[in-house]
Design a protein around this ligand. Structure first.
Ligand SMILES: Cc1cc2nc3c(=O)[nH]c(=O)nc-3n(C[C@H](O)[C@H](O)[C@H](O)COP(=O)(O)OP(=O)(O)OC[C@H]3O[C@@H](n4cnc5c(N)ncnc54)[C@H](O)[C@@H]3O)c2cc1C
Ligand SMILES: NC(=O)C1=CN([C@@H]2O[C@H](COP(=O)(O)OP(=O)(O)OC[C@H]3O[C@@H](n4cnc5c(N)ncnc54)[C@H](OP(=O)(O)O)[C@@H]3O)[C@@H](O)[C@H]2O)C=CC1
Length: 502
């Protein structure tokens, strides 16, 4: 990685990307440098702004996110100038970025916050959809209104949200694992949630998530500018609120889960017909019916690695993201992580001079705290954008800065299947090997509490439901108090552990 204080270069402070990371970074730079112009270059017609930010405990935070026209950001920060044009090329040796509108912008320091793209199981197939931004979510909704059966591939955040929200359309959910939600849960928590999924979905409409997401600004903006062809920023909490996720059928939920398998081959209707003619023998589907006996003619057929074949209207590939590092970064010799992200050090600095990166585009490459890990989430995009600005400001005046406290402990609050979910530290004992113990408390349909301990110290926790334990557990993980003496009492519902530890 580059030395901390290179000779100052000419040009402006430039941020690329109008998502949470880029906007937060630009806002903080505008505060640190009130007399300088900050340039925010973004490919999307709207920006993402964090509103109603609340620090609920040492590391847990809540905020709403609004899609807003960029003029609102410029009004709030008169020294931010937004350029609505994609960067087509970075010339790092010349300290300059070229934009689609034909202009070039010199930078003295640059922060890349261009997010990530869905990692699809099959690129270029019109029946395979990814969900990332408002446009792709709307396209998905449009297709769903005509659908009788869809297939969802993947076992992470998007899949978990979709299977719960979709109504009036049969869902075949294909996962590589034995249990649902592998990116967030172990088998115990998955079982707790599966029973909720199977149970009749409550008629009461889902309560508002803690973190809210609104697109009012975008609606107004879209009327005036349109947004065709632009890369939008990622959705986030409550993205499906206000989208009517209903298929053509009258039933509420019909979900079939195919575990421990992947997609082997996708056939378009015509290809499938030809294959059938060649009298390929197809196995049975979940109704124990030969798929060749399925009277329905589907636009697309999917063969799974367990041998089953399903016809469906379309496929949602909810199979993770790839950092958005090209082609606008081609020709620059960045150090890149295994996941394809731009490697950043503990000052959010990439391997190239004067270039920082934050949010989904980057790969945290510092020695992390034992209870923090990177996940491409909204909160981390905000924290990284904020901290990158602080580091850029400090480097500009030759000062050093300590790692921000938010990277001390991984903390994520969200909602799955209408349950509040709090994940802390090594919530799935990630990287702890077999050298750990789990303490569990579960009341079916109400709460699931799991504490991960190593050598008597709490290393992580999963809290599902209204447990009210997050602050106490956060403290216990941060202060690494020896809890050996408490044993199972730690989760005894009759003992108010707050009295012990707060
Ligand atoms: C459906 C969905 C649901 C989600 N739900 C949650 C959730 O509940 N909780 C949570 O914490 N996280 C959630 N996430 C993840 C979260 O949205 C992302 O981690 C976060 O928004 C990433 O922010 P970012 O600023 O790094 O990137 P992005 O939001 O992707 O922003 C990237 C920006 O860069 C711009 N850009 C791209 N290329 C260029 C270019 N060449 N030139 C100029 N500009 C460019 C784009 O236009 C965009 O403005 C969800 C994601 C999705 C897709
Ligand atoms: N409430 C929240 O916090 C939400 C957060 N998000 C975030 O948005 C981003 C995108 O979400 P999402 O796409 O769900 O990504 P995630 O990373 O959450 O999940 C991807 C899932 O797809 C699986 N997978 C990967 N490749 C394949 C494949 N070829 N075939 C089958 N399965 C595969 C992964 O399994 P494996 O892990 O074994 O590779 C994993 O289960 C993520 O950063 C996510 O954290 C999204 C929605 C809600």
């Amino acid at each position: 990685m580059e030395a901390e204080h290179p000779p100052p270069a000419a040009g402006q402070l430039v941020v690329v990307g109008g998502g949470i990371a880029g906007v937060t970074c630009a806002e903080q730079l505008a505060i640190h440098f009130p007399s300088e112009d900050i340039l925010l270059i973004t490919a999307s017609p709207v920006i993402k702004a964090v509103t109603n930010f609340k620090q609920v405990s040492k590391v847990l935070e809540e905020f709403d996110v609004e899609e807003q026209p960029s003029t609102l950001l410029e009004n709030r920060f008169p020294n931010i100038k937004v350029i609505e044009s994609g960067v087509k090329q970075l010339k790092s040796e010349e300290h300059c970025v070229l934009t689609e509108d034909g202009n070039q912008h010199l930078y003295k320091k640059l922060c890349l916050c261009a997010g990530a793209k869905p990692k699809l199981i099959c690129e270029g197939n019109p029946y395979v959809l990814g969900i990332r931004d408002t446009d792709s979510a709307q396209e998905f909704q449009k297709q769903l209104t005509k659908a009788k059966r869809i297939m969802i591939i993947g076992n992470g955040g998007i899949a978990l949200e979709l299977v719960y929200e979709i109504e009036g359309c049969e869902v075949i959910w294909v996962i590589k694992d034995k249990a649902i939600g592998n990116t967030f849960f172990d088998a115990g928590a998955a079982e707790f949630l599966t029973s909720k999924l199977i149970a009749e979905k409550s008629e009461a409409k889902i309560a508002q998530k803690r973190t809210r997401y609104t697109t009012e600004g975008r609606k107004k903006e879209a009327q005036t500018k349109g947004s065709a062809g632009n890369i939008g920023s990622a959705l986030g909490p409550d993205w499906h609120e206000g989208l009517n996720l209903k298929g053509t059928k009258e039933f509420s939920h019909k979900i079939h889960i195919e575990t421990m398998c992947e997609v082997k081959k996708i056939y378009l209707q015509e290809e499938f017909r030809i294959s059938k003619k060649k009298s390929l023998t197809f196995p049975r589907d979940h109704h124990n019916q030969s798929v060749t006996a399925d009277k329905e003619i589907w636009p697309v057929y999917v063969e799974l690695t367990n041998g089953k074949i399903y016809g469906c209207d379309f496929i949602v590939s909810a199979t993770g993201v790839t950092p958005n590092t090209g082609p606008f970064l081609c020709g620059n010799n960045f150090d890149v992580g295994e996941d394809g992200g731009l490697k950043v050090n503990d000052h959010m600095h990439t391997s190239l001079p004067d270039i920082y990166a934050a949010g989904d585009i980057c790969t945290a490459s510092w020695e992390p705290s034992p209870v923090w890990q990177q996940m491409r989430l909204w909160t981390q995009a905000r924290q990284m954008g904020w901290y990158a600005a602080k580091c850029m400001a400090a480097a500009s005046v030759g000062e050093s800065v300590d790692m921000d406290f938010s990277f001390e402990l991984f903390a994520h609050v969200t909602k799955f299947f209408n349950f509040k979910v709090v994940l802390l530290g090594k919530y799935n004992a990630q990287g702890l090997g077999s050298d750990h113990e789990l303490i569990l408390r579960c009341t079916k349909g109400q709460e699931y509490v799991k504490a991960v301990l190593q050598n008597g110290r709490m290393m992580g926790a999963v809290l599902i439901g209204e447990t009210d334990l997050e602050e106490t557990f956060e403290n216990l993980i941060l202060n690494q108090m020896n809890l050996s003496a408490y044993g199972e009492d730690l989760l005894d519902p009759n003992i108010d552990i707050e009295d012990y530890f707060d």
